[in-house]
Design a protein around this ligand. Structure first.
Ligand code: G1P
Length: 294
């Protein structure tokens, strides 16, 4: 059976919602405690059986390449210090996967970023993982989508129910029951990128995990700039939906949207609380902070 072996991780965005930190540092390198956001995404792809990754970068994104590269000097220092735990972790990161980098030369949008990977992907279906979304789940979200792809052989988009006040931030699907025998799978009838609240066709918002058939590239080539004057993946999926069935899958797990400062802070907080080395002291600190306000 044809396996999903390749994934595209767009990381070329300018990160304007995170200024000033993103003036000279990639948004994808923002840490959740001590691990950059993009490492969570790469690890999810690897845990889903994908070993060939294409990260779409751009100007000012060198820190991403350095992070996944071998760090000789650091390894040498850690060896001299006999810090084997840190050494093992540093070496593991550089061996995670076969990572290729393609530069998007102009900020023309998410759809255009994915189109930059066309030659490397070729004629195979592939995964897309957006770094703004981190998913914590027993089975990695991308692996869940691959499982569905293996049954349907169609493009699959991960979705979740989104509260009305957040819907304008996402792509939204219009759907119907697919008769797939799986109550989490829906047939996509239409898609809209960042609709106005009153125009949203449902409350199922797209999160940044997709399995796409290679025909998406022809659709991306035909897609005109849409919301924000950018070439949108959601608009290309609309075109693809005219030719092929597309499914939406309500994944199992907890998603964090790192798309803005407050959500990033909340995610950092939850990740810290999930760690035994920080939990107690952090809770004590927050209790004190609350008492000081009251
Ligand atoms: C992108 C997609 C949107 C999707 C979202 C998920 O938007 O265009 O359809 O719902 O990611 O995070 P962005 O957040 O890049 O504006």
């Amino acid at each position: 059976m044809e396996k999903i072996k390749k994934a595209v991780i767009p990381a070329a965005g300018l990160g304007t919602r995170f200024l000033p930190i993103t003036k000279n540092s990639p948004k994808e390198m923002l840490p959740l405690v001590d691990k950059p956001a993009i490492q969570y995404v790469v690890e999810e792809a690897v845990a889903s059986g994908i070993d060939d990754l294409i990260i779409i970068t751009g100007r000012g994104k060198r820190a991403i390449e350095d992070h996944f590269d071998k760090a000789f000097e650091l390894e040498w220092v850690l060896k001299a210090k006999n810090d084997s735990a840190a050494l093992e972790e540093i070496e593991r990161i550089s061996r995670l996967a076969d990572i290729h980098y393609i530069r998007q030369k102009e900020p023309l949008g998410l759809g255009h970023a994915i189109l930059c990977a066309k030659k490397h992907i070729g004629d195979d279906a592939f995964a897309v993982l957006l770094g703004d979304d981190i998913v914590f789940s027993d089975v990695p979200c991308t692996k869940q989508l691959i499982g569905q792809y293996e049954k349907s052989k169609a493009s699959i988009i991960a979705v979740e129910h989104v509260p009305p006040d957040r819907i304008e931030s996402y792509g939204v699907v219009k759907y119907s029951g697919a008769g797939t025998g799986d109550e989490h799978m829906y047939r996509v009838d239409d898609l809209v990128e960042k609709p106005k609240r009153e125009e949203a066709p449902s409350d199922l918002g797209i999160l940044g995990r997709y399995i796409l058939t290679p025909e998406i590239f022809d659709c991306l080539e035909q897609t005109k700039p849409g919301v924000g004057d950018e070439i949108q993946l959601t608009d290309a999926l609309r075109l693809l939906n005219n030719e092929q069935e597309i499914y939406a899958y309500e994944f199992y797990g907890k998603r964090y949207d790192l798309g803005n400062k407050l959500e990033w802070l909340k995610t950092t907080f939850d990740v810290a609380l999930s760690r035994a080395d920080f939990k107690e002291e952090l809770l004590r600190h927050i209790k004190k902070a609350i008492e000081a306000i009251e």
